[in-house]
Design a protein around this ligand. Structure first.
Ligand code: BTN
Length: 332
């Protein structure tokens, strides 16, 4: 588990040289500002370059910021982030087993509400229903959001549905094809899975301690980046948009959308998001088969309720479900 961060002097130098309007900085000026030796500034600029920043030097030895890398570094995520509290504290890693595991440990240690854990790759990315989440290096966004909502544990699955709405709303801005939610929490472009959500809850005697919202987004995956078993059913935002997507920008947009939706959710559950849920999930009135770990239930979808449950009219009468794999049998 290697953390991905810049040292303090590199952070300061970067903040100064990238501030608009861009200009060339004499090394002595920067050394003066930080009361250090010019060699320290050189070292800091070298670290920035090694991290992927482009910094030009002119013949007079002045340094000018050119571009930032598309890396999920705390500095990059925070630069231009427009949220109040979601993503305001970033724990960034090169590679981890699972960002959800780290986030749960940080939540136990009382990390701030809305703090996020991101990684450039995961060796044991976790999916729903005991599956794994393929997490190739620097292709996707592997993110966990730490939350302490004042909700009863039964309302936590609603957070997954809410997150799916935030994802669909964000991804829609990148592609022309249809973006949908596959209840409860997959996000699809043109029917192919692009993002998934794994919400994990810690609760004691009916009280929620914390919720970790884990989000995996396929961003710049090409066909070859998917394992054979999902290559036909998965896609990425970049493939569908037919261009390389800046992951940092997509992440910032998603965090803003997530914060707006989460504030609504905290006020009134899924009520304020019903329109989007119904529109994106496209299931109301459809006859479906619900696979709950091998137990198959057939029925017609009449609603997705305020807890995010799928409401089905089954041969045994109306029933509510908070998990399972849904397949549309035929449209009414
Ligand atoms: C699914 O569709 O099955 C849910 C996938 C969730 C994957 C994300 S990636 C970041 C976070 N860390 C994990 O180990 N899983 C979630």
């Amino acid at each position: 588990m290697d953390s991905a961060s810049l040292n303090a002097l590199s952070e300061h130098v970067l903040a100064d040289i990238r501030r608009p309007p861009l200009r060339a900085f004499p090394i002595e000026e920067l050394a003066d500002v930080y009361s250090c030796e010019p060699s320290d500034v050189l070292f800091a600029i070298d670290s920035l370059r090694r991290a992927g920043y482009k910094v030009d030097a002119d013949p007079k030895g002045r340094f000018k910021f050119v571009s930032a890398p598309d890396l999920l570094l705390a500095t990059e995520i925070l630069y231009g982030l427009k949220t109040e509290f979601i993503g305001r504290r970033v724990y960034a890693y090169q590679s981890v087993q699972s960002t959800n595991i780290i986030a749960a440990q940080l939540a136990e240690a009382k990390a701030p509400d809305g703090a996020i854990v991101v990684a450039e790759s995961q060796s044991k990315g976790r999916g729903r229903l005991g599956r794994s989440w393929h997490s190739p290096e620097k292709k996707g966004i592997y993110l966990s959001i730490i939350l302490y909502p004042d909700i009863e544990p039964a309302a936590a699955p609603g957070l997954s549905v809410m997150t799916a709405v935030s994802l669909a709303g964000t991804i829609t801005g990148y592609v022309t094809k249809d973006v949908n939610i596959k209840w409860p929490n997959d996000c699809l472009i043109d029917g192919r899975k692009t993002a998934g959500i794994l919400t994990e809850l810690s609760a004691d005697r009916g009280k929620t301690n914390h919720v970790i919202v884990g989000v995996g987004i396929n961003v710049n995956h090409a066909r070859r980046d998917f394992p054979p078993e999902i290559v036909k059913t998965a896609t990425s935002v970049g493939r569908e948009a037919k261009r390389e997507i800046r992951r940092v920008e997509l992440l910032q947009k998603f965090l803003s959308q997530f914060e707006k939706d989460y504030l609504k959710f905290r006020k009134g559950g899924l009520k304020g998001l019903r329109k989007q849920i119904v529109a994106y999930s496209n299931l109301i009135g459809k006859q479906v088969r619900l696979d709950m770990s091998g137990q198959i239930i057939s029925g017609t979808v009449t609603d997705i309720d305020d807890y995010g449950n799928l409401v089905l009219i089954t041969p045994a009468g109306p029933r509510r479900f908070n998990a399972g794999e849904v397949t549309v049998v035929k449209s009414k």
